[in-house]
Design a protein around this ligand. Structure first.
Ligand SMILES: NC(=O)c1ccc[n+]([C@@H]2O[C@H](COP(=O)([O-])OP(=O)(O)OC[C@H]3O[C@@H](n4cnc5c(N)ncnc54)[C@H](O)[C@@H]3O)[C@@H](O)[C@H]2O)c1
Length: 315
């Protein structure tokens, strides 16, 4: 039976937890952001403030509603918050032992019918479900960054997940204006990260082979494939292009594509040298300190603009 969600606890006061938490108050759902340390809320508060500011600047919310949302989010390090939660969304670091301890402890704190959901980027839902008491109430809910702007949320059903749990979350997110996709079974990386990493594997292979620089590969996606991907996915694109062409190209090209099985060499080199991308000033590109704010602002404005244009065009 579907469950009514009146109270959500988002666990993990980091980038994703903060973004996920700000979506619920607008829909009358009591929202708690739980984290391990009070200091986490400095960062979480800043993420929430700048996310709400972007929604106001881009006409998605009024300033008044944005202020009300911020006021309604309860920040706490007190585990009592779990005692009457209808839904817990876990967004703690992607470290197996941390997740294991979290689920073993929180399973005991929440009522038996509380839905537990993980925002893990890639860890198997079946594997995590081993740490959950009553695993039928556990599933994956993978939001993409920035979660309050990107409509997609991947709901993954584990082998033990009750179908009603997935249906409850599907309806909840749909009612909140998201675009949930329900995976019929568990798979590492879910849909979006499998597709993203297949593309990244080929992109870095092309750089390694000296075919193009990261800039030109990014431009190829931004001004080519990416524009089509805002309208549809690979299957509709193939249907529109003609399946016989796609079939011939697949037969000719597949054996030439990267099938690297163990690691991404370019990523590995950069990380080994202490580079983490924009946050450390160097990744595939070089960055100044002000770039972080500007890149995020541009990204948020463009995504919100595209979504608004789509709504208006298809109205
Ligand atoms: N960053 C992304 O782009 C992104 C996108 C999609 C999914 N995810 C996934 O979301 C999850 C969180 O990622 P993030 O980038 O927000 O991480 P983060 O490091 O920014 O935040 C994690 C927060 O959880 C807190 N925390 C640690 N242990 C905790 C515990 N036991 N209980 C409560 N809080 C705890 C940390 O102090 C920190 O504030 C990960 O599983 C990650 O793979 C991340």
């Amino acid at each position: 039976m579907k469950k009514t969600i009146k109270k959500v606890v988002v666990a993990g006061g980091g980038l994703m937890g903060a973004g996920i938490s700000l979506m619920f108050p607008e829909y009358g759902i009591e929202t708690v952001l739980y984290s391990v340390a009070e200091k986490d809320f400095d960062k979480a508060g800043k993420v929430i403030d700048k996310s709400l500011a972007a929604l106001v600047e881009n006409g998605r919310l009024t300033r008044q509603i944005a202020d009300e949302i911020k006021e309604k989010i309860q920040f706490t390090v007190d585990k009592k918050c779990f005692e009457n939660a209808d839904l817990v969304i876990e967004a703690i670091p992607e470290i197996m032992d941390l997740k294991k301890n979290f689920y073993e402890e929180v399973s005991e704190l929440v009522p038996e019918d509380t839905i537990l959901a993980s925002n893990t980027s890639a860890i198997s839902v079946n594997q995590l479900s081993e740490f959950v008491k009553f695993p039928e109430r556990f599933c994956g809910t993978h939001f993409l960054n920035p979660p309050h702007i990107i409509p997609l949320v991947e709901i993954t059903k584990g082998d033990k997940t009750d179908q009603a749990v997935c249906e409850t979350l599907y309806t909840l997110f749909k009612d909140m204006g998201k675009e949930p996709v329900l995976l019929k079974k568990d798979v590492k990386g879910f849909l979006s990260n499998r597709l993203q990493f297949a593309l990244l594997r080929e992109a870095t292979y092309l750089v390694e082979q000296g075919v193009a620089d990261p800039e030109d590969i990014d431009r190829t996606i931004k001004y080519g494939n990416g524009l089509r991907y805002t309208c549809s996915g690979p299957f509709k694109i193939a249907d529109l292009g003609g399946l016989s062409v796609f079939n011939s190209v697949a037969k000719y090209l597949y054996s030439d594509l990267s099938d690297e099985k163990s690691e991404n060499h370019l990523l590995d080199e950069l990380v080994e040298e202490g580079n983490n991308g924009i946050s450390t000033g160097k990744g595939f590109y070089e960055y100044q300190e002000s770039d972080l704010v500007n890149e995020e602002k541009t990204r948020d404005a463009m995504i919100l603009g595209i979504l608004k244009a789509e709504k208006e065009l298809l109205a």
